[in-house]
Design a protein around this ligand. Structure first.
Ligand code: ADE
Length: 224
């Protein structure tokens, strides 16, 4: 398979870079792309940068330049579900925007005009990834241009009580992948509990969280 991987930050991609063979680095504007092999898979690993616009542009470039069979977005996230702990992995079955409000025109909170409220990840990928982990949670991931701390957490949970984690890219990757009809899935490792300590915890655990998420992805590739 030709797999396109999007990871927002260098801290989140280290273990993936280390796992690739025959690496070649390409720069498209400021976006670093590492082309490489993992077993019999061809991998395009793209560092998108942080936030929805960075994620959307990277996903568009990835699709247009490399035509991947599937897109996997991996990285870290802040826990919204109180059951989750730092280091846990989460598989996004649905993605929604946590910071979109066009409700004045009758849309759901989180819904953009012309878009679904919930973007659905590829069902086969969700099923396959879910079987790979006994400890990982599967469900809703919300994305917004906000690093979620205690103050935003209650508001997001009010709109999305079922959300497992908050991050800053997944729904944008989902929207673009869906537009181009490319199967996608979003994976996250928990780096913080989206509370008063989230800034400090993030700095301390982002590498570990990124590694946990990336490990799930590599386990998937091992079995394909
Ligand atoms: N990524 C990791 N932790 C996060 C948080 N608390 N909010 C948004 N994105 C994150």
């Amino acid at each position: 398979m030709k797999i396109g991987i999007i990871t927002p930050m260098p801290e989140e991609k280290g273990s993936l870079v280390a796992a690739l063979d025959n690496k070649q680095t390409v720069l498209i504007v400021d976006m670093e792309i590492i082309l490489g092999d993992y077993g019999h898979h061809q991998v395009i690993l793209m560092e998108s940068g942080i936030g929805k616009v960075a994620a959307a542009t990277a996903t568009t470039v990835l699709i247009q330049q490399y035509h991947p069979d599937a897109i996997i977005n991996t990285g870290s996230a802040g826990a919204l579900d109180p059951q989750l702990q730092i280091g846990d992995t989460v598989i996004g079955r649905q993605l929604a925007y946590s910071d979109v409000d066009v409700t004045v025109f009758g849309y759901d909170y989180g819904q953009l005009p012309g878009q679904p409220t919930y973007f659905e990840a590829d069902q086969m990928l969700v099923k396959t990834f879910s079987k790979l982990t006994t400890t990982g949670s599967v469900g809703l991931i919300v994305s917004g241009d906000q690093f979620v701390q205690q103050s935003q957490k209650a508001e997001i949970k009010k709109h999305f009580p079922q959300a497992l984690v908050a991050e800053m890219e997944g729904a944008a990757v989902a929207q673009v992948a869906e537009r181009f009809n490319i199967p996608f899935i979003i994976l996250r490792g928990v780096s913080d509990l989206a509370n008063g300590d989230s800034g400090i915890d993030f700095d301390e655990y982002v590498v570990e969280a990124g590694r946990a998420s990336a490990q799930l992805l590599l386990t998937f590739l091992d079995q394909q």
